[in-house]
Design a protein around this ligand. Structure first.
Ligand SMILES: Cc1cc2nc3c(=O)[nH]c(=O)nc-3n(C[C@H](O)[C@H](O)[C@H](O)COP(=O)(O)OP(=O)(O)OC[C@H]3O[C@@H](n4cnc5c(N)ncnc54)[C@H](O)[C@@H]3O)c2cc1C
Length: 386
């Protein structure tokens, strides 16, 4: 019997795992060490139909449920969270265009993802991280186009992206815009705040917009509704971050367990010490519990019920578990766990970085807290038994 229960159709999960083991895992250490955007792997994902899983068939995608997308990201995250976040940036762009983009925008960009289009999601600025209610980047509309000016920071996948989804201030509130990289006035550069110790998929670059002009239909959703649009979209991508976190927790668990079952101390295998077994028992229970919450969040998205609550809970729990499990994995492996050429430090660094990127733990708790505060008192009681 397999250690991990499959929460999706077994043949789909196996094809995701096969892809992750064949094309992602072998390059994971190099991508992390050299801080590289995984261009070849993203292209390979596209060739396998995995760069447009959520995109409906009419736009050239696979038209999968969100549960299946979660299962894909769990498998990729187990192999390399850096590749996972590269594919997640693409997902963010697809999903927002699909849900609120103009039909002309959908027809123009969605089919390109199946061919390997790469994207970034650019909300953060130097002076606006958790708080993006107002921004310094500005978008102004005239008769021909929108013109964007400003600078975005910390942009994941920015070295590889062909398309940027940008949140900018307009005279009527925030707006979301699709900006192709080849637009005159668009450039990226790595700054002293671009290199992270975890989730390394190329520097998290600065994106400069200097008189960048884009067509009117490249506004995504309504002007003034930008915050709502990007936050709703983050509910989806943060669930994928949760999936990757639990994937890397699984991998750290499996590899450290294999190590202690073979390593000897005091004439016995390290695993045979009861104290060591307790670590694994606790980690297994935490991973199993977090996976249940993760797939509950996936279903909540597919069924469109309490999405904000469930996606926030899933990321909170999966990141917490991933941090616990990856730290324990280092501990039980002793000095080997701390070696730069053992994989455990990467799992730990990636797990820690997931506690900040894509919704910090504090902001997620605020979201769940607000949800609870909105409930009427009679909603707090359990449903009466029929
Ligand atoms: C690896 C990585 C990748 C990233 N990729 C992208 C990307 O692709 N696109 C993008 O736009 N951004 C990206 N970011 C930026 C990310 O979204 C921000 O780092 C995040 O929103 C937090 O902002 P900040 O770092 O400015 O922290 P700050 O806003 O300065 O917050 C500092 C601390 O205060 C806490 N805090 C803030 N507000 C509250 C509050 N109301 N209540 C309690 N605590 C609070 C935060 O949780 C944090 O712990 C990335 C970040 C990382 C680490």
């Amino acid at each position: 019997m397999a250690l991990w229960r499959e929460f999706e159709d077994a043949s789909a999960v196996h094809s995701f795992r096969e892809f992750a083991r064949t094309h992602v895992q072998p390059v994971a250490a190099e991508i992390d060490r050299d801080d590289l955007y995984p261009t070849d792997v993203v292209q390979r994902a596209a060739e396998n139909g995995f760069n447009a899983l959520i995109v409906p068939e009419q736009y050239g995608g696979a038209g999968c449920s969100f549960r299946r997308v979660v299962s894909f990201f769990e498998e990729v995250g187990a192999a390399s969270a850096s590749v996972g976040i590269s594919l997640n940036s693409n997902f963010q762009a697809q999903n927002v265009i699909l849900r609120v983009g103009a039909e002309s925008l959908r027809q123009r960009y969605l089919p390109q993802f199946a061919q390997g289009l790469k994207a970034s999601y650019a909300l953060t600025e130097r002076n606006h991280g958790s708080d993006i209610r107002t921004l310094d980047t500005r978008a102004v509309r005239d008769a021909e186009s929108w013109e964007l000016n400003g600078q975005k920071s910390f942009i994941t996948s920015g070295t590889g992206a062909d398309l940027f989804i940008i949140l900018a201030q307009t005279d009527e509130g925030l707006g979301v815009f699709a900006v192709p990289r080849d637009t005159p006035g668009v450039s990226t550069f790595a700054s002293d705040r671009s290199e992270t110790f975890g989730l390394r998929n190329g520097p998290h670059v600065e994106l400069l917009l200097q008189g960048a002009r884009i067509p009117h239909d490249h506004l995504i959703g309504e002007v003034g509704q930008g915050l709502k649009v990007v936050v709703r979209n983050l509910n989806y991508s943060r669930t994928l971050n949760a999936a990757m976190s639990i994937g890397l927790a699984r991998m750290a668990f499996e590899e450290s367990l294999a190590y202690v079952r073979q390593r000897k101390a005091f004439d016995q295998f390290v695993y045979d010490f009861q104290g060591i077994q307790w670590y694994f028992a606790e980690s297994l229970a935490q991973i199993d519990a977090a996976r249940l919450l993760l797939y509950e969040a996936a279903d909540a998205i597919d069924e469109q019920r309490d999405v904000e609550r469930h996606s926030s809970e899933a990321k909170l729990m999966c990141c917490t578990v991933a941090n616990n499990v990856t730290a324990k994995a280092i501990q039980v492996c002793g000095a080997y766990g701390t070696m730069v050429n053992s994989p455990f430090n990467r799992y730990w660094r990636d797990a820690k970085t997931f506690e900040i990127g894509g919704g910090s733990m504090e902001v997620l708790k605020n979201t769940v807290g607000r949800y609870l505060g909105r409930l009427n008192l009679d909603q707090l009681a359990a449903s009466p038994v029929a």
